[in-house]
Design a protein around this ligand. Structure first.
Ligand code: BES
Ligand code: MG
Ligand code: ZN
Length: 477
């Protein structure tokens, strides 16, 4: 990618993308560009419109942005260009950036352009590559202002999100716990973070009993993935953030087998995939922070070896757990993830992220994730970070009034209240039990936002919710 001033556009041939804000009420003044004049009645920058022209072997694509546009909408407009106008794009692309744009907008545009290369047809025989992914692909920015850093950042964000799309959308007979562990090891080498993987035997020696109870009914061996990122330069007062992501590669429900919605349960590792994507991005951006991330990866399967409803298991924390429902498995692996993180690494801030409950979907639908925390600072920073990029969060309470939901007669705690109410809250209370009263912990229930419908495919697919949110939150700390 290179930058150049507008004067140099004369020597360019290929696809020229020109974002245009809607400036004129009832436009009478036509937009002119590079000798082209667009009839004002045909195009004046209205959102979701575009205008195509051809001149000197180049295609000019004018893209309407409306009067103002938020980060996520802008990203979607640009994702649409590269996903839906594929045949109009060449491997030579010029992006014309007016001076009134800001860096966040340029970041969103570039992220969108690269996300538009995503093709869900992973297993199709006739899968064609996108022109932007061809080896001779060449992108030039034409602007009077230096937007190169913002553009490069936008591409790094998209690259991490594309990885998360793949991890979530690929089927569970490919993306099993070992696949995720290998992904982490490969990306750790490539981007610069340390990876340690505890297999079944190592997890048994470590006494990760809640994690192992969930994974033991599967042919696919569970893997407890630990990642550590430290910046290359020496920095004093380095902040240390801990992340934990739910990595259930498929959730059948276990012996409390699901009756509805099982089809979509390859998405049950989307919290883990968000943590994986965030680790890639944090390392790629060389953020000046220390991050320790844990993704317990397991498949919740049905088998003679599966754990049973009414089993009492022993978690890493030493606390016993009565299993009321084997479908409440996410909180079990997160409990061990949180305990292991806090006991061994003592991070200052902790965020866990998980497709944890149907109840959070019932509460918020598909518009935002549920946020649980008792810490004002991280609550604000998480919400603001999410608002800025269109990955919204909204709070739910952690009041002790809900504590009785997880009190067990036989064990220290139980994994489900058995009642069909306040499911997201009692799940959060269960996790809180394993946080050793940590003063800066937040839990994000993303069951409604990790996997969804949009204009880019016929079926539900990954959104990569959390990759940018976690990274931006960490940047804002
Ligand atoms: N993985 C599910 C939650 C989920 C639901 C994720 C919808 C994505 C979309 C979780 O493990 C689960 O099964 N939760 C149960 C808990 C219940 C048995 C206490 C639920 O929410 O019904
Ligand atoms: Mg479940
Ligand atoms: Zn689950």
């Amino acid at each position: 990618m290179t930058t150049s001033t507008l004067q140099n556009l004369d020597n360019f041939s290929g696809t020229i993308i020109i974002p245009v804000f809607e400036t004129y009420e009832k436009s009478i003044i036509p937009i002119t560009f590079d000798g082209l004049e667009i009839p004002a009645k045909v195009f004046f920058g209205k959102k979701d419109t575009h205008y195509l022209a051809e001149q000197n072997n180049s295609i000019y694509l004018f893209v309407g942005l409306g009067k103002t546009i938020d980060y996520k909408s802008l990203k979607t407009v640009f994702r649409s260009i590269s996903a839906k106008q594929k045949e109009k794009l060449s491997t030579n692309v010029a992006l014309v950036l007016a001076e009134n744009l800001n860096e966040n907008q340029v970041e969103a545009m570039l992220s969108g352009l690269f996300l538009g290369t995503y093709d869900l047809g992973h297993f199709k025989l006739d899968k064609k590559t996108h022109p932007f992914l061809e080896p001779d692909f060449n992108l030039k920015l034409f602007s009077e202002k230096d937007f190169l850093a913002a553009a490069k950042k936008g591409i790094k964000i998209a690259k991490a999100q594309l990885e998360t799309y793949n991890l979530v959308d690929l089927p569970p007979n490919i993306v099993n716990p070992k696949y995720l562990a290998k992904w982490a090891q490969d990306k750790g080498k490539k981007y610069g973070f340390e990876v340690e993987v505890l297999n079944f035997e190592a997890a048994k020696i470590a006494k990760l009993g809640a994690f192992l109870a969930v994974g033991k009914g599967s042919e696919n061996e569970p893997q407890f993935v630990i990642m550590t990122y430290t910046p290359k330069e020496n920095i004093t007062n380095l902040k240390h953030i801990g992340l934990v992501g739910k990595g259930i590669t498929f959730d059948t429900g276990g012996l409390n087998i699901k009756t509805a919605g099982m089809l979509h349960m390859k998405c049950d590792m989307a919290g883990g995939a968000a943590v994986f994507g965030a680790m890639q991005l944090i390392a790629d951006l060389q953020l000046p922070v220390k991050v320790t991330a844990i993704v317990p990866c397991a498949e919740n399967s049905v088998d003679a070896k599966s754990f049973l409803p009414s089993d009492v298991i022993h978690s890493y924390s030493g606390h016993s757990i009565e299993i009321i429902d084997t479908d409440a498995e996410g909180r079990l692996i997160l409990a061990d993830g949180l305990s292991y993180l806090i006991t061994n690494y003592k991070p200052e801030y902790i965020v866990d992220i998980a497709t944890l409950t149907g109840s959070s979907v019932g509460t918020f639908g598909y518009e935002c994730g549920a946020l649980f925390t008792n810490n004002e600072e991280i609550s604000k920073k998480l919400q603001l970070s999410g608002d800025a990029i269109g990955e919204r969060l909204w709070p739910l309470p952690l009041w002790d009034a809900y504590k009785s939901d997880i009190e067990s007669d036989i064990a220290d705690v139980k994994n489900y209240s058995g009642k069909p109410v306040a499911g997201a809250i009692s799940a959060a209370k269960f996790l809180e039990y394993f946080t050793q009263e940590h003063k800066a912990w937040a839990h994000l229930d993303i069951a409604g936002v990790a996997f969804g419908d949009d204009e880019f495919a016929k079926s539900k697919h990954a959104t990569a919710y959390g990759v940018h949110l976690l990274t931006k939150f960490i940047e804002n700390l």
